[in-house]
Design a binder for this molecule. Structure first.
Ligand SMILES: [Zn+2]
Length: 507
């Protein structure tokens, strides 16, 4: 998962900022709650003792994704795979298992054949890799990050929240279903990537290539995103379950100058470093325009009616506005959102200058200088559009621009009014009860499922991490220190996937 705490902060601050704007309540007709009513909470009996042991063992395999891709522990993945095979015998008896990935085949696809081959499959995603432990934070861990300690009602370790918990909750639920002789109506696929934390170019992307060849359509995808956290939304007391329905894209451009170097005793009027610095400055100054993404509109359709009434006209204008005109209230919303760097990211393709390299010695004029700018595109801002935009901003023939990333476009938007969303909402309410708000939202980062959602064969991707955290502090475990999961909560997560498998029968 990519910076989950920031992603939720984005939504939280959106609401906080919006709430501070006072708008006259002039237009107060229908803006009714979209929350599903009358769902009964159910309890699923799981082998919590055994499941806890297995998750504890799972985190002991250091399946780390380092930024330096040559630093890769193949053996850790191989051992982890062997452990998964021995832990879930029924899964491995009844499902087809494939190792995929290009060039490294450490991602896993499982195929649980459905009774009706005419139905489009559902996909459950999770990732095997974890982020490294930052050296400077090691001594802040209360338990060893790769020991899988079970203590004080928690399972501790890197990956218990992000995201081995989901791999194992899915496998535990499936093992239970298989023991009961269950076979799903539609085929269910599991895709467990091995490089999500570095964007998934080897694993999930390759899996999407394979499945796109195999199936015309995928009916439903679930992948990780934000967990449920109580009190994360200012103005909303209840617990909130956010379901990501769209993800931004990713592209990095190298901006370079290759000229003549020389001796620093006789410099030209403009050195290469200054020429490149000016170019980079122009790129940063040429910000992409703001617009309200459809996923943001959907978010306010669900969240708006739950917020105080005197603030609702603006939310309503955003929720039901169209993309051809910008009303005064929408303009107000944009102004408020753009004042904060986190919420601003939801409004446009972001431009971030991330690297700048030139020079090796104090008395040498370098012949070349390079910079890297990272963009997170909104829909429509393709690599071609962005490169053109950058070249126009720079307007200097000496400067070259090239795409150096395995770029991914902004994704499609999953349908929040569709059956997939309501099946997910129902499963959430059956698991965690009705004392919560369920809402779609726009993911400004992205996870492995973006490789599916960006393609037209699988637009209906819903992202949520199926755990409820006790409080915002526990969020720090994601990519940070003291990652831990409540044993009880892990049991509920298994129950959630078990319930979801049942509910998918009605999709
Ligand atoms: Zn993750």
């Amino acid at each position: 998962m990519i910076e989950p705490s920031k992603l939720v902060t984005a939504i939280a601050s959106t609401l906080a900022l919006s709430a501070s704007v006072s708008v006259l309540a002039s237009d107060q007709q229908e803006f009714n709650s979209m929350q599903m009513q009358g769902v009964e909470q159910i309890h699923v009996d799981v082998d919590l003792e055994g499941a806890t042991q297995r998750l504890s063992q799972a985190v002991q395999f250091p399946t780390i994704s380092n930024q330096d891709r040559s630093d890769f522990d193949e053996q850790a993945f191989k051992n982890y795979h062997a452990f998964i095979e021995s832990s879930y015998p029924l899964v491995h008896k009844h499902l087809k298992r494939e190792e995929v990935g290009d060039p490294r085949p450490f991602s896993l696809i499982y195929t649980w054949e459905g009774k009706n081959p005419d139905l489009a499959p559902a996909v459950f995603m999770a990732h095997q890799d974890v982020v490294p432990i930052a050296e400077e934070s090691r001594d802040q861990w209360l338990e060893e990050p790769f020991a899988g300690t079970i203590k004080d009602g928690y399972i501790w370790g890197r990956g218990v929240l992000d995201d081995k918990n989901q791999i194992h909750a899915i496998l535990e639920a499936t093992e239970m279903k298989l023991a009961q002789g269950f076979q799903p109506e539609r085929t269910i696929l599991f895709v467990f990537g091995h490089d999500e934390e570095v964007g998934g170019p080897e694993g999930a992307k390759h899996a999407a290539d394979i499945l796109e060849q195999r199936y015309d359509e995928i009916a439903f995808v679930i992948d990780e995103s934000a967990p449920l956290v109580p009190g994360i939304f200012p103005g909303i007391r209840e617990n909130t379950a956010l379901i990501g329905i769209a993800q931004k894209g990713f592209i990095s451009l190298e901006i370079a100058i290759n000229g003549i170097g020389g001796h620093s005793s006789q410099p030209p009027e403009e050195t290469n470093i200054v020429a490149l610095a000016k170019a980079v400055e122009q790129v940063e100054a040429a910000q992409f325009p703001y617009k309200i993404h459809d996923a943001v509109r959907y978010q306010y359709r669900y969240m708006g009616p739950e917020l105080p009434e005197d603030q609702q006209p603006m939310y309503k204008a955003v929720a039901y506005g169209d993309n051809d005109t910008v009303t005064d209230l929408e303009q107000k919303f944009i102004e408020v959102m753009s004042q904060n760097q986190v919420t601003r990211a939801m409004l446009h393709t972001t431009t971030a200058v991330t690297m700048f390299n030139a020079g090796i010695k104090d008395n040498v004029l370098p012949p070349a200088a390079t910079a890297v700018v990272n963009f997170r595109p909104m829909p429509g801002d393709t690599p071609e559009v962005i490169i053109e935009h950058v070249k126009n901003a720079i307007n200097d023939d000496r400067i070259t621009v090239r795409d150096i990333s395995a770029s991914t476009p902004a994704t499609n938007v999953a349908d929040p009014a569709g059956e997939g969303f309501s099946i997910l909402e129902k499963s959430i309410r059956q698991t965690w009860g009705n004392d919560l708000i369920v809402s779609p939202f726009f993911v400004i980062g992205g996870s492995d499922s973006k490789h599916f959602q960006a393609r037209d064969f699988a637009p209906d991707v819903y992202t949520i991490t199926g755990i409820q955290l006790e409080n915002v502090k526990e969020f720090e475990g994601f990519h940070g220190v003291n990652e831990r999961i409540l044993v009880e909560e892990y049991g509920r997560s298994i129950g959630f996937f078990y319930t979801l498998i049942d509910n998918l029968e009605n999709l």
